[in-house]
Design a protein around this ligand. Structure first.
Ligand code: VG1
Ligand code: CO
Length: 547
């Protein structure tokens, strides 16, 4: 067995997006494609062809099609690079939040997560790779940009000529001088959760007959939810459904929202509905929460958790601050104001929360896209959010619905929806955004579709910790009454472009809190069409996904 230098040439477009490099599986199957990206990553981390002496790397994925092949490729390359140790999840499995937990608890230099998250999997689906740094969080933009630049000039990659390693049983083995340790994917993660939540109180809740339906969507969240919710917390067997990770997610779209988790929604709307429903995505960092006959918007979920955090052991001391991505509703801002703590507004993508969490400026973070998390790891964490809700239900005696209604009563309701136009031509999407940006200087003061625009801009963010600036993070059009429409293009898709239109309107009047959301937002939809001319640019009459 020896180190080999394999000649290669650059592939175009190895540019990480909102969350890592995501492409079709068939793109990743091209000889050298993954190898090039990993070589570039290691070159940026350690210097060109330089060894990773003494360092530990964490490696795992969400178990989707191509995961096992990619894990073996990366193990060989890590050995060629002289890593002291690689901690790899058993069977190649590690959820995104679990990877973050392992990196932090084991003092690893970083970790590689193989996932395209909420994107569909299977031979015709998507694959992805992402690097997390020593704090356990996604590498910052400066770093991913350097990796991309390196991919464009590569001429070879380093690997070893070794057969595949067995990864289905825990234990250590050697590959060259690198120790490959196969670890239990759940243990570190479960230890982190145990230290945060009142497991006794949740156990008592289940013992009283509380019923939860947790839909793992045939994705990596299943083993975690089974072990913790059914195993440790005593929920009845069958509480976690669709729990075995499948390479193609059962042919479904592992995105926990009312559209793709419609089966779960149907169960919660049924006459014999359980008390609570929950789902997580492909890599288990997203969550959806439902009550009996009641769907919780992710922005409201974040606000509820923030409002009651002091009821949960891990947050009893209070929150240093909260943070939300810009398009996320302002519900949490209102809670933060009442608590007298700062609320930070960041661009879309979890990587922007890392510095705030590290610096102790934020304790809880969240995004409208079904992502919630805290300083316990440096990723959003689906099961964590479910445990947080269970803990709150156990100690407040309330229901999911009553907690959300309490939020609305106290702060008004931030009526919210996201309209996605998927698979539109990239040129059309770019033209739409360019036309919007051109109008920006003249929008303030205009009345469009009967509504007066107070101001409009293209969101730019200066990181308060390292001063780095991210521009063009989404066009905001804000009305006199603080209602708003936000436009941005997705950075996680693999086919054409996806336009996201985010709509928010604050409703202080409690008698209007039960108006259907789309009805309450209809004037804003008209405004969005008038300002952005979506029909003209995309040829679409309606969004493909509404959440
Ligand atoms: C989407 C979401 C964003 C989230 C990202 C990664 O990005 O909008 O909030 O952080 O996915 O989530 P975009 O660029 O497509 O809007 V995950 O669970 O796919 O890693
Ligand atoms: Co995800």
């Amino acid at each position: 067995m020896r180190v080999q230098s394999q000649p290669t040439q650059p592939f175009a477009g190895q540019q990480p997006g909102t969350s890592g490099l995501r492409k079709k599986v068939t793109v990743f199957q091209q000889p050298g494609y993954l190898e090039n990206f990993v070589q570039a990553l290691f070159d940026v981390l350690h210097g060109v062809d330089q060894p990773a002496s003494g360092q530990t790397l964490v490696l795992g994925g969400d178990g989707r099609f191509h995961n096992r092949t990619a894990i073996q490729t990366i193990l060989r390359m890590a050995a060629a690079r002289g890593y002291a140790r690689v901690l790899v999840g058993q069977g190649g499995i590690l959820s995104t939040p679990a990877t973050s937990a392992v990196i932090r608890r084991r003092g690893a230099a970083g970790g590689i997560i193989l996932s395209a998250s909420h994107n569909p999997g299977g031979p015709d689906g998507d694959f992805g790779i992402k690097y997390n740094v020593a704090n356990g969080g996604p590498a910052p933009e400066k770093f991913t940009q350097a990796v991309y630049e390196r991919t464009q000039v590569l001429e070879h990659y380093l690997t070893v000529d070794a057969p595949d390693l067995p990864l289905d049983a825990a234990g250590a083995q050697a590959l060259l001088a690198t120790e490959i340790e196969v670890i239990d994917p759940v243990a570190d993660y479960a230890a982190v959760q145990r230290a945060l939540f009142d497991f006794d109180a949740i156990r008592a809740l289940f013992a009283r007959g509380f019923r939860l339906r947790y839909d793992a969507m045939w994705a990596v969240g299943g083993p975690y939810a089974k072990a913790i919710i059914e195993g440790e917390l005593g929920a009845p067997a069958g509480t976690v459904v669709n729990a075995e990770p499948r390479e193609d997610f059962g042919g479904l779209h592992p995105d926990p929202n009312p559209v793709y988790a419609d089966d779960l929604v149907a169960h919660l709307m049924a006459a014999d509905a359980p008390d609570m429903g929950a789902a997580s995505d492909g890599d288990a960092d997203r969550n959806m929460i439902l009550g009996r006959g009641f769907i919780v918007s992710p922005s409201d979920s974040l606000a509820v958790l923030a409002a009651h955090a002091d009821r949960v052991p891990g947050y009893r001391a209070g929150l240093a601050g909260v943070a939300r991505s810009m398009p996320t509703s302002t519900a949490v801002d209102r809670v933060a104001k009442a608590l007298g703590i700062p609320c930070h507004e960041t661009p879309t993508g979890w990587k922007f929360f890392g510095n705030l969490l590290d610096a102790g400026q934020a304790t809880l973070c969240g995004e409208e896209s079904y992502g919630t998390g805290s300083n316990h790891v440096r990723e959003k964490d689906g099961l964590w959010a479910v445990l947080f809700w269970l803990n709150l239900l156990a100690v407040t005696g309330g229901s999911v619905e009553s907690l959300v209604r309490g939020l609305w009563r106290a702060h008004g309701r931030c009526v919210y929806s996201r309209h996605d136009y998927e698979g539109i031509a990239t040129e059309s999407a770019n033209a739409l955004m360019a036309a919007l940006r051109e109008q920006l200087p003249s929008l303030a003061g205009q009345t469009v579709a009967g509504q007066r625009i107070a101001w409009a801009d293209d969101f730019a963010y200066t990181d308060p910790v390292d001063g780095s600036v991210s521009r063009q993070q989404g066009v905001r059009v804000v009305l006199d009454d603080s209602s708003r429409v936000v436009f941005r293009l997705s950075g996680t898709g693999t086919e054409g472009a996806t336009l996201r239109v985010y709509l928010e309107r604050h409703e202080p009047d409690a008698t209007r809190h039960d108006l259907p959301v789309q009805q309450a937002l209809a004037p804003l939809v008209q405004l969005a069409e008038a300002v952005a001319r979506i029909r003209h640019h995309t040829g679409r009459d309606a969004p493909s996904v509404t959440t």
